[in-house]
Design a protein around this ligand. Structure first.
Ligand code: ADP
Ligand code: ADP
Ligand code: ZN
Length: 217
């Protein structure tokens, strides 16, 4: 089973990908996480990506396609992948189709987690993650059970992304509507697109996504 999660920045893709990963043994492939790792490592790719990410724009297709191409060859993807934040342009979607075909894999569904723009500033500015294990939280919607302590690993070290600010959110939403929204008709035309209401609470969105996955039989 290979899934693409589509939706705006802050729409809940990463939160849900982690939950599906646990339930179905699929592997979350987040190009955002991979790019942040490249930035942290100080590599050439990381240096090129950092300014673009901080400005809320999209990193070049060439860079992200190369990252995914390499990742798809690793042996842990036997049960399948959940693409989170990739593809983000039609060129990336076409490249993914070609890569999957070449590697003998099939894309089962592209699922749109639909969240109107009006929700997004609050989602993004309240986001933080555990600095040790990467578990995701929100100031209002997903607080740790014990304040200041990660539910998953007990760490008290939390991080916020430098691009999760009000100014950059607007740019990222513009990029989503201009460059990523065309993927909805792209997948719909081949009958692969499913829609889930991303304004429900986190557990309800998970249930709706599981219903889609389970429908594949
Ligand atoms: P994305 O990966 O699409 O950018 P995230 O999964 O990181 O989005 O979610 C953005 C923020 O919103 C996080 O802080 C997360 O805890 C919170 N969040 C995710 N899904 C929901 C939801 N259904 N309702 C309320 N808050 C949510
Ligand atoms: P969010 O889901 O909150 O938008 P991501 O972690 O998916 O955040 O992405 C963060 C940033 O990384 C994006 O704003 C963009 O600059 C870059 N990025 C991530 N994935 C891609 C991609 N597939 N194509 C181009 N840029 C990407
Ligand atoms: Zn943790």
């Amino acid at each position: 089973m290979n899934l693409v999660l589509l939706g705006p920045p802050g729409g809940g893709k990463g939160t849900q990908a982690k939950r599906l990963q646990e339930k179905y043994g699929l592997v979350q492939l987040s190009t955002g996480d991979m790019l942040r790792a490249a930035v942290a490592s100080g590599s050439e790719v990381g240096r090129r990506a950092k300014a673009v990410m901080d400005a809320g724009q999209l990193v070049s297709d060439e860079i992200v396609i190369a990252i995914i191409d390499e990742r798809l060859d690793q042996p842990d993807l036997a049960k399948g992948a959940i693409f989170d934040g990739f593809p983000r342009t039609v060129a990336q979607a076409e490249a993914l189709d070609a890569m999957m075909e070449r590697k003998g894999k099939k894309l089962d569904f592209a699922i749109e987690i639909r969240v109107p723009d009006a929700y997004i500033v609050e989602r993004i500015t309240g986001r933080f993650t555990c600095g040790k294990c990467g578990a995701g939280y929100h100031d209002t919607f997903q607080q740790p059970k014990i304040a200041g302590t990660c539910d998953s690993c007990g760490s008290s070290e939390f991080v916020r992304r430098p691009d999760d600010n009000v100014e950059t959110v607007t740019k990222r939403l513009e990029a989503y509507h201009a460059q990523t929204a065309p993927l909805l008709p792209y997948y719909d035309k081949r009958g692969a697109l499913k829609l889930v209401d991303g304004t429900m609470d986190i557990a309800e969105v998970t249930r709706a996504l599981e219903a889609v996955v389970d429908s594949a039989g």
